[in-house]
Design a protein. Structure first.
Length: 378
């Protein structure tokens, strides 16, 4: 099967990981990525699935295995796991609305650590201990600290994955494509100027999956969700690259990076379609909310607003697999708010499908046929 040509459409975290591992395995890979609205490059970058109270077991298994996969990915990319600008295990600090809920969360985390040692040390920190760990925070509350929590720069990660794929022989086209199936059961990848026939295709197009599959006669249960994030800067903030990511009670997370650069967000807007217009009102409201716990954010300089489109399904569950009735056509989508966590593992599992190998997690737990249904022959 090797030397076979494979097209990867979409170079967010899923497509870029797939392109890297396919190239590493000796396949001839062509990547097509339009880039507009990409969730990965707009994302906040928190890797901490173990402290989520979502009840969906398959989601948890995917996200926790996804988090556990990161050190392997970094090693495969020859990144120094302790000093990487891409991924750093800085720990995560989670607040809850009252002490009883925090204790409940600690209990859940201790239980989960039995099967997910990556969660690391767990400790409820007092208000004083919190400010000592991260001087930005001024609070009266306690919070749960998990040393295994990590921060990821999605943009840097995909850049590195694609660079490595290119070094291994992959070709990249920064363009939008459409796809047609041929009578020989191959696939035609089409742009205004290129037309290429391949036998196997990975669709890693996030929220844009309907655009590619509806013309092939499918009904696709994927919706776009707009996410906005504020990138702010605070001067005289030393050591910020070592601060943990902060998940306050509510939705506005605080993700510190080096030299006082901090991300605050994000919004989850289900009624904005694929719109990418930043809203100063929303951004100021997010900064205001986060400043309840980090008052210095009120004086921070707004560097940029990041806007991306997440993909989600009607029951918020992700899926991956071979597209029904189209052998050799694979897809993953519906990663929602946790795709930086699960994306690399999903990308790797798509490669395992291409290679005819068993996947790390059962493909039947993330059934693509539930979300992609053939309605008519195109
Ligand atoms: C504001 C925000 C904050 C987030 N924070 C976190 C977080 O803290 N932790 C976490 O785990 N996750 C987070 N996420 C979620 C995560 O970013 C996404 O789930 C994940 O990046 C999705 O990756 P993907 O590869 O499936 O899709 P994307 O990253 O969206 O990539 C899809 C790519 O396909 C391209 N494409 C689409 N159609 C075509 C076409 N026809 N031809 C060519 N190219 C095409 C797009 O332009 C895009 O580049 C956040 C998301 C947002 C928006």
């Amino acid at each position: 099967m090797k030397n076979q040509e494979i097209a990867v459409i979409g170079a967010g975290i899923v497509g870029a990981t797939a392109a890297f591992y396919l190239s590493k395995a000796g396949y001839s890979v062509t990547v097509y990525d339009e880039g507009t609205g990409q969730a990965t490059s707009a994302a906040a970058g928190i890797i901490c699935p173990w402290l989520s109270q979502r009840r969906n077991q398959e989601w948890y298994r995917l996200a926790s295995n996804g988090a556990a996969f990161y050190p392997t990915l970094m090693t495969d990319l020859a990144e120094d796991i302790h000093h990487s600008a891409i991924y750093q295990q800085v720990g995560a600090l989670v607040f809850k609305k009252n002490p009883a809920t925090l204790l409940k969360l600690e209990k859940l985390a201790l239980k989960r650590r039995e099967t997910a040692p990556e969660i690391g040390d767990l400790q409820i920190l007092s208000a004083e201990e919190i400010t000592k760990k991260i001087p930005l925070l001024v609070t009266k509350d306690s919070a749960l600290f998990a040393s295994g929590g990590a921060r990821i720069d999605g943009q840097l990660l995909t850049k590195k994955l694609i660079q490595e794929a290119i070094a291994l022989g992959a070709t990249v086209h920064s363009t939008k494509v459409s796809i047609e199936s041929t009578p020989e059961r191959n696939y035609l990848i089409k742009t205004d100027t290129i037309e290429k026939e391949v036998q196997q295709v990975i669709l890693a197009v996030g929220a844009w999956l309907p655009n590619l599959l509806v013309p092939l006669g499918y009904q696709v249960d994927i919706r776009p969700q707009k996410g906005q994030l504020a990138h702010v800067h605070l001067s005289n903030m030393k050591d910020s690259e070592n601060w943990p990511v902060v998940i306050p009670h509510g939705e506005k997370d605080i993700i510190p990076f080096a030299d006082g650069h901090i991300l605050v967000g994000a919004t989850h807007e289900n009624d904005q379609g694929y719109d990418l217009t930043p809203s100063q009102v929303q951004i100021q409201a997010m900064i205001q909310e986060a400043s309840d716990i980090a008052p210095a954010l009120n004086t921070a300089t707004l560097v940029e607003t990041k806007v991306g489109t997440r993909a989600y399904t009607s029951d918020f569950a992700p899926f991956f697999g071979e597209v029904p009735n189209n052998p050799g056509l694979y897809a993953a989508s519906g990663l929602g708010s946790s795709g930086l966590t699960s994306g690399p593992l999903l990308g790797k599992m798509l490669v395992q499908l291409v290679m005819g190998q068993a996947t790390d997690l059962p493909v039947t737990d993330y059934p693509i046929e539930k979300y992609i249904v053939k309605k008519h022959d195109n």
